[in-house]
Design a protein around this ligand. Structure first.
Ligand code: SAH
Ligand code: DHB
Ligand code: MG
Length: 222
């Protein structure tokens, strides 16, 4: 990508974000706290966060499941869409990430709605199915990319007709077009599973950020 193109992408995303995702103290605090704690800066963008919030609002979400919490930046967006007694459960492998996320969620006044669970998502999800913790209205997948195909299977088991299953990083700078690494191969497989599954109505929506990425959006059919 040329420097001009990169600059244009950034300016367009800043333009949209400036209009529709204006500065927000709790979100800015969350990013600052995450940076100070040394977390990787791989949260969703402000505009993608707004999209997540709107999608959750559109389905009137009362129960949301997130796979991959990091510092809770996307969780804050999703939790803000919840109705009064709604709840978000977010799964995170790294205890340090989870601790920062809990602080950030509390800073946003959302601690009564958000539960961060620590562990490998594969094991936590298996336990959730076993304990009958579904169905969730929205499942947002954003953990290790190699796990996406498997996470889709768990998401389907924790869904109902009408649920949304969302997947971040569905384009990965275009590397899904010709995958040269395991993560991109797994995302490509995830996208193909979404496209082929007759239980789902799906699309990958390309998004602009530092590079071109995308959000996979699937609705479980009635
Ligand atoms: N959703 C976050 C970003 C998540 S980054 C946001 O936009 O704000 C991906 C996170 O997934 C990291 O915190 C990483 O520690 C976590 N992760 C990686 N592998 C995991 C696994 N097997 N189970 C649970 N979490 C995992
Ligand atoms: C990475 C992970 C993400 O979830 C993301 O949105 C961007 C980058 C990564 O692991 O590099
Ligand atoms: Mg991501």
């Amino acid at each position: 990508m040329s420097e001009d193109t990169r600059d244009l992408l950034r300016r367009v995303d800043d333009y949209v974000g400036g209009l529709f995702a204006p500065p927000d103290p709790a979100l800015e605090d969350a990013l600052r706290r995450s940076r100070e704690a040394g977390l990787p800066e791989i949260n969703v963008s402000a505009t993608e966060g707004k999209l997540l919030l709107m999608l959750a609002e559109m389905v009137g979400a009362r129960r949301i499941l997130e796979i991959g919490t990091l510092g809770g930046y996307s969780a804050i967006h999703l939790a803000r869409a919840l109705s009064e007694n709604g709840a978000l459960i977010s799964l995170e492998l790294d205890e340090r990430h989870a601790a920062v996320a809990r602080e950030n969620v509390a800073g946003a006044g959302l601690e009564s709605k958000v539960e961060v669970r620590v562990g490998d998502a594969r094991e936590l999800l298996a336990g959730m199915v076993e304990d009958g913790e579904g169905p969730f209205d929205v499942v947002f997948i954003d953990a290790d990319k190699g796990g996406y195909p498997e996470y889709l299977g768990w998401a389907l088991r924790l869904s109902r007709p009408g649920s949304l299953i969302l997947g971040d990083n569905a384009i990965r700078g275009g590397s899904v077009l010709d995958p040269g690494d395991e993560s991109s191969r797994a995302i490509r497989e995830f996208n193909e599973k979404l496209a082929r599954d007759p239980r789902l109505s799906s699309l990958v929506l390309p998004l602009i950020r530092e590079r071109i990425d995308g959000l996979a959006i699937a609705r479980v059919r009635a």
